[in-house]
Design a protein around this ligand. Structure first.
Ligand code: PEP
Ligand code: MN
Length: 339
């Protein structure tokens, strides 16, 4: 259920409603928009339970939420969520580019990549220190040493750092090094992990499960918000279909669907969707055209030597070319890409 307050309801009116909701044994989650506050009621409240609150000062209406996801839904918060990361933000007018290798392999590799992507216009450096691999015999990442290298490269270049966290017990460690926590496709429904990242105050990028519906993605994000962290970015990274020409199928329609249903920012990962370097620019341009708030793209200084995902990694030159294309397009979409 949601309680919509009148425009410019006072702090006292809002506080009183929250007090009454909590006195009934439910949780109140206020969301303050530019003019209007909406209070989400969590904990199984029905229409009859909340009916006595309809007459309180400042209450405009009490309405059931039409879906199982409450906090992530636009009905709960009309204004888009904008995640501020210092001198830029994800979810605002800027189309934000996150770039870097699949995995942290060495200090030299990360520093070289960070400088290249920074000069091309990336805002965030990506790179996995804990790698979820399909085979237990594949390279699993450098662990904490990899996190240290990412942080150092972030400080060197001024880039923010995004890196994957795979287990609840890793969350405090990864939070010490990362500006954004990444939850990978294989962990989208790892509920203990979702709860753990919900309890910290570091932004989270949640990747869509490779066999998950958009609704399941939104419900997974709901876990993070319900645990108190509202700084969530959703990521479409391709889903499994019968098509074999690409590694996954980039579900570009997910961008439009998520934008219409949720206030959370959406980015596209064209690299894991395509699996093939040659298709990455087209999918990146499609992301911008569809209304995504950014992309996360794999770049390696020597893709042929990459320890993972070399076939889908752009070279630094390829990355710069892509950035020029995105810059040329952005204006038509009312966006901009940093120079
Ligand atoms: C990654 O971003 O390197 C990654 C492992 O992605 P995904 O979880 O989408 O496979
Ligand atoms: Mn990868």
């Amino acid at each position: 259920m949601i309680i919509e307050m009148i425009e410019n309801a006072t702090v006292a009116q809002i506080g009183h409603v929250i007090q009454r909701v909590e006195a009934m044994g439910f949780s109140a989650r206020p969301s303050r928009g530019a003019n209007r506050t909406v209070i989400g009621v969590v904990g199984g409240a029905g229409e009859e339970d909340l009916a006595p609150l309809a007459g309180l000062d400042g209450v405009e209406q009490i309405a059931p939420l039409s879906r199982a996801f409450k906090l992530v839904h636009r009905e709960f918060r009309a204004d888009p969520t904008v995640i501020s990361l210092g001198d830029f933000a994800i979810g605002g007018p800027e189309f934000v580019v996150m770039a870097g290798p699949c995995a942290v392999e060495s200090e030299e590799q990360i520093l070289e990549t960070a400088r290249e992507v920074k000069s091309g216009g990336a805002r965030v450096l990506r790179g996995g220190a804990f790698k979820p691999r399909t085979s237990p015999y594949s390279f699993m990442g450098l662990g904490e040493e990899g996190l240290r290298i990412m942080r150092m490269a972030g400080e060197d270049t001024g880039l923010k750092v995004i890196t994957e966290v795979m287990a609840p017990e890793q969350v405090p460690l990864v939070c010490r090094y990362a500006d954004i926590l990444q939850i990978g496709t294989r962990n989208m429904q790892n509920y203990a992990l979702l709860e753990a990242v919900g309890k910290v105050r570091v932004p989270v990028m949640l990747k869509r499960g490779m066999m998950s519906t958009i609704e399941e993605l939104l419900l997974a994000a709901e876990y993070i918000l319900a645990n108190g962290n509202s700084q969530v970015i959703l990521c479409e990274r391709g889903i499994r279909t019968f098509e074999t020409a690409t590694r996954n199928t980039c579900d570009i329609s997910a961008v439009a669907v998520i934008k219409s249903q949720s206030h959370l920012p959406v980015v596209v990962d064209p690299s894991h969707a395509a699996g093939v370097r040659a298709y990455v620019p087209a999918l990146s341009r499609a992301a911008l055209a569809a209304g995504a708030d950014g992309i996360i793209v794999e770049v390696h200084p020597r893709p042929e030597e990459a320890m993972s995902d070399g076939a889908q990694s752009l070279t630094p030159d390829g990355f710069r070319e892509l950035m020029d294309q995105l810059r040329a397009m952005a204006g038509a979409m009312g966006r901009h890409v940093v120079a």
